[in-house]
Design a protein around this ligand. Structure first.
Ligand code: F6P
Length: 366
């Protein structure tokens, strides 16, 4: 076997955690260590660990037995090293800024490559580090499934399963009380999670950021159901869903409004409006971090292991500057610069939108 292009690499997890991160770490590490005898430096708490030099040589026992564990053994953070550089903020002690500290520690650790597990924000930083000359390989993770260039991210299917199970449970209490049960799911910018779980859980109304809603349209649908003898309904709302009126405003105006209403949750606003407009008893469940916790689904373990072992092959071949991605049933590698800063939203003509409408689901738009 030819000599591996990579002798030592660092690995970090960055951004929101999700089920499958440890399965992916295991996939990369076991393949790289057992097939190619690479050294693996675990970097703690995302980019913060690289800035502060908080890392350790991983032993085989560190990445054994973690396939089914939720969270990340390395810890994570939402550190954005390039964010403050414009103001020239410098690290007081060392007189250097965060990117410089990262490059310094990358070289001090003698890394041939940095393997990064993250979402959109993480890959923006990764691409900037690539431009600074670092060798990077990315693995796409997020429960939002909003990373461009890959059909799926690990974490997503686990969150769909968790959210669907929660919606299933809401049906029985909605039916018993003849209530409108509203569940708010994660997904600030893209509605994939609400779309998939809403269909799987039999949601009567699904509201996603990509399709601005009108309260009147929602209430008409709920009242029509009631006139057909279905006095209970399930409304699935992505936390980033917006009304038609808000969609007409600028992004900065929307941000300002949100800041003024700091205890705001979209679910609460819509539940209150339904009660007022349709005079129907409504209750809200905000599923929150349940969607990001616990053991990965079987599918996410599989996907994370596929991504991890594919990343190990890129390390072996020295194919840096890429993100592994799912295309159909194959794992491919895409240039980081094609991914950075690109959000994958639900296209309004996506087949699943039609699928949902065909079973009578309302998206709040007609
Ligand atoms: O990016 C994934 C995500 O779970 C979003 O769906 C959610 O809005 C956000 O992270 C929450 O961020 P944090 O973990 O920083 O509260």
């Amino acid at each position: 076997m030819a000599k591996s292009a990579t002798h030592t690499f660092g690995i970090l997890t960055s951004g929101g955690d999700c089920p499958g991160l440890n399965a992916a770490i295991r996939g990369v590490a076991k393949a790289a260590h057992e097939k190619y005898s690479m050294n693996i430096i675990g970097i703690n708490e995302g980019y913060r660990g690289l800035i502060e030099g908080d890392s350790r040589l991983l032993k085989a026992s560190d990445f054994s037995g973690i396939l089914t564990r939720g969270g990340t053994i390395l810890g994570t953070s939402r550190e954005k090293p390039f964010k403050d550089t414009e103001e020239g903020l410098r690290d007081s002690e060392a007189g250097r800024n965060k990117p410089e500290a990262i490059i310094e520690n990358y070289n001090k650790l003698n890394l041939d490559c940095l393997v990064i597990l993250g979402g959109n924000g993480t890959f923006k930083t990764a691409n900037l580090l690539k431009k600074e000359g670092l060798n990077i390989i990315g693995l796409p993770k997020t429960i939002d499934n909003d990373i461009w260039g890959t059909d799926l991210t690990f974490g997503f299917h686990s969150a769909v399963d968790i959210a669907t199970e929660a919606i299933d449970r809401l049906h029985s209490t909605a039916h018993s009380h003849n209530r409108v049960m509203l569940i708010e799911l994660m997904g600030h910018k893209a509605g994939w999670l609400s779309l998939y779980a809403g269909i799987s859980g039999g949601g009567d109304v699904i509201l996603i950021p990509e399709i601005p809603y009108s309260i009147d349209s929602i209430c008409r649908h709920l009242m029509k159901r009631a006139s057909q003898g279905k006095a209970f309904s399930i409304v699935v709302v992505a936390e980033g869903a917006i009304s038609v009126e808000e969609a007409a405003r600028s992004k900065s105006e929307r941000k300002k409004l949100k800041k003024e209403n700091e205890y705001f949750t979209r679910g609460y606003e819509i539940a209150t409006a339904i009660e007022k407009t349709a005079n129907m008893e409504t209750r809200l469940t905000v599923l929150g971090y349940q969607q990001r916790g616990g053991t990965p689904s079987a599918y996410d373990r599989l996907l994370a292991t596929m991504f991890g072992t594919a990343a190990a092959e890129l390390l072996y071949r020295g194919e840096y500057g890429k993100m592994v991605a799912l295309e159909g049933s194959r794992v491919v590698a895409r240039p980081l610069e094609d991914i950075a800063g690109r959000l994958k939203q639900v296209p309004p003509d996506h087949p699943l939108i039609e699928t949902a409408r065909s079973v009578g689901t309302c998206f709040g738009d007609i």
